[in-house]
Design a protein around this ligand. Sequence first.
Ligand code: URA
Length: 211
Amino acid sequence: MKVHVANHPLIAHKVTVLRDERTPSSTFRELIGEIVTLLAYEATREVKTVPVSVKTPVTNTQGTALAKPDPVVIPILRAGLGMLEGMERLIPSAQVGFLGMVRDEKTLQASTYANRLPSDLTGRQCYVLDPMLATGGTLIAAIHYLLDLGAADITAICIISAPEGIAALEKEFKDQKALTIVTAALDEKLNEKGYIVPGLGDAGDRLYGVV
Ligand code: URA
């Protein structure tokens, strides 16, 4: 498993505004989109491509196109949905699947309550969107789900990660070479309620309000 922590002043600036409890949902949603587009640039570094011929107004030349079948983008509901637009901006042709996962606030265990994914992901490149990598429970369950469907390689894009979550993923998938985590920030720790510290609070609530 590979971990890539973005080290870019523009991303750091935008994450700082996200953290601010005064940032309203509308700005929060916009910033999440912008950060995801910036992270997606790094996350898609190894997206599969094929050589193509292209005729410019001057001459014929060789270019590059995304290979078929297109990558699959999977936001984890609810908060991952806020990251979808930013990802689609970069890969508009991507197929989109959905995975609804919720964690029990007492046990912190993740369970699946909805899924809308291709039944066969053999050979597919998958990009999982989940803003907060806290205990890692949700992402571990989601990754197992995709591997069981045959996913060839998986990249998880997160906004903020906790060291505990990264460690849990590393333990679970230590031999999994085709797994990458790309995160905008790696924070200090989890608190006793499973929230990332300093974090940004509940990403779903910050995006869509408390329900
Ligand atoms: N989920 C969130 O939305 N925030 C956290 O800090 C941890 C999990």
